[in-house]
Design a protein around this ligand. Structure first.
Ligand SMILES: C[S@@+](CC[C@H](N)C(=O)[O-])C[C@H]1O[C@@H](n2cnc3c(N)ncnc32)[C@H](O)[C@@H]1O
Length: 333
């Protein structure tokens, strides 16, 4: 039942608890598989560390031949079964991937096991092993928090979010194109991504005082370093040199960020903010902090908002000064 959130045919599939938790969801895997299908001349893909087959079934549906490898014999068996649930005929092999001889003609996808959710503890096999494989087309799934200093020169890094949820980083070998940084945002339930590239030639976004609207960029955009590119596309500006919030006087509709309408904008102080919440008749608040330290629960207790309207309170910096915004969702958001 838990797998139904990830796979449309979950009822026909088989899982281990770990295998399900580590698997790529169907929509994200399909989005990635399309890139393999669109590349020139790929017919066979090796899925090294195939787990229960989340990626295997999607790549297998898009390409003529897929072979999965996992050292866990149960996972290798489940991957084959799960691919068949999607009418994909996949071969799976039980082996340590470091013993597999990769032919230079193969395309390779690797989703190593992470030692921790943040990715900080490294992975098995290590990312460096994955990026050194002797194949032109290689894609490696990595933790969203991957240290960009570990990415080889010329490799692309794609950050993938579903809605506002940052799911993964993916390293793409130079054969796929120049080593860009890409932000991809998928709407929940869709495998068609909105994509934004970070162009190193884009000048920093202009700095101006807050306008009527605040845009909180998707974490995929901030991780890809594409905030200035998003600002340029939207004719928006930054309100602080260090904080990724963008602002504008018109409602910006974009899949790359969440829009808020500013009702009150003031230098941060508990008493003035509490007075503003009373004036606006605000009760339940969604409190977000970006670039300011402090205990959110303690602040909520001190603010004690008791009005009837719901609002988002954003605590951040404006031109390096601590600042507070009281915001609502604009109509139609
Ligand atoms: C993150 S999961 C793969 C998830 C998969 N992409 C999916 O969508 O279902 C990682 C898998 O790597 C396997 N693994 C880790 N190190 C390995 C190694 N050296 N050789 C083979 N398999 C390995 C683990 O058994 C685990 O099944």
């Amino acid at each position: 039942m838990r797998a139904q959130g990830k796979f449309s045919r979950a009822g026909a599939m088989l899982f281990t608890r770990d295998g399900l938790e580590q698997s790529t969801s169907e929509h994200v895997a399909r989005h990635r598989a399309r890139r393999f299908a669109d590349a020139d001349g790929i017919t066979t893909v090796l899925d090294l560390c195939c787990g229960i087959g989340g990626d295997l079934l999607a790549i297998g549906a898009a390409l003529p031949r897929i072979v999965g490898v996992d050292r866990d014999d149960v996972h290798a068996m489940l991957a084959r079964h799960n691919a068949a649930s999607y009418d994909v005929d996949a071969d799976t092999v039980v082996a340590d991937v470091t013993d597999v001889r990769v032919r230079p003609t193969s395309a390779v996808f690797v989703d190593p096991a992470r030692r921790s959710a943040s990715g900080r503890g490294g992975s098995s096999p290590p990312v460096q092993w994955c990026t050194s494989l002797p194949a032109p087309y290689i894609a490696v799934k990595a933790a969203p928090g991957i240290d960009l200093g570990t990415v080889p020169a010329g490799w692309e890094v794609e950050f993938v979010a579903v809605g506002r949820d940052l799911k993964e980083g993916v390293l793409w070998s130079p054969a796929w194109g120049a080593g860009v940084r890409r932000a991809t945002v998928l709407s929940a339930g869709s495998d068609v991504g909105h994509e934004l590239l970070a162009d190193p030639a884009t000048p920093p976004a202009p700095l101006r005082p807050p306008g009527r609207f605040l845009l909180d960029p998707s974490p995929a955009v901030t991780r890809a370093g594409a905030v200035a590119d998003l600002a340029a596309h939207l004719s928006a500006w930054q309100i602080d040199p260090q904080i990724a919030f963008l602002s504008a006087d018109v409602p910006l509709r974009t899949p790359f960020g969440r829009l808020l309408e500013i009702e009150a904008s003031l230098p941060f102080g508990v008493k003035p903010l509490a007075a503003e919440l009373r004036r606006l008749d605000v009760g339940p608040i969604d409190l977000r902090r970006r670039g300011l330290s402090g205990d959110v629960d303690e602040l909520r207790r001190r603010l004690r908002p008791a009005g009837r309207r719901r609002a988002t309170v954003v605590l951040t910096r404006v031109a390096n000064a601590p600042w507070a915004f009281v915001c609502t969702d604009p109509p139609g958001a």
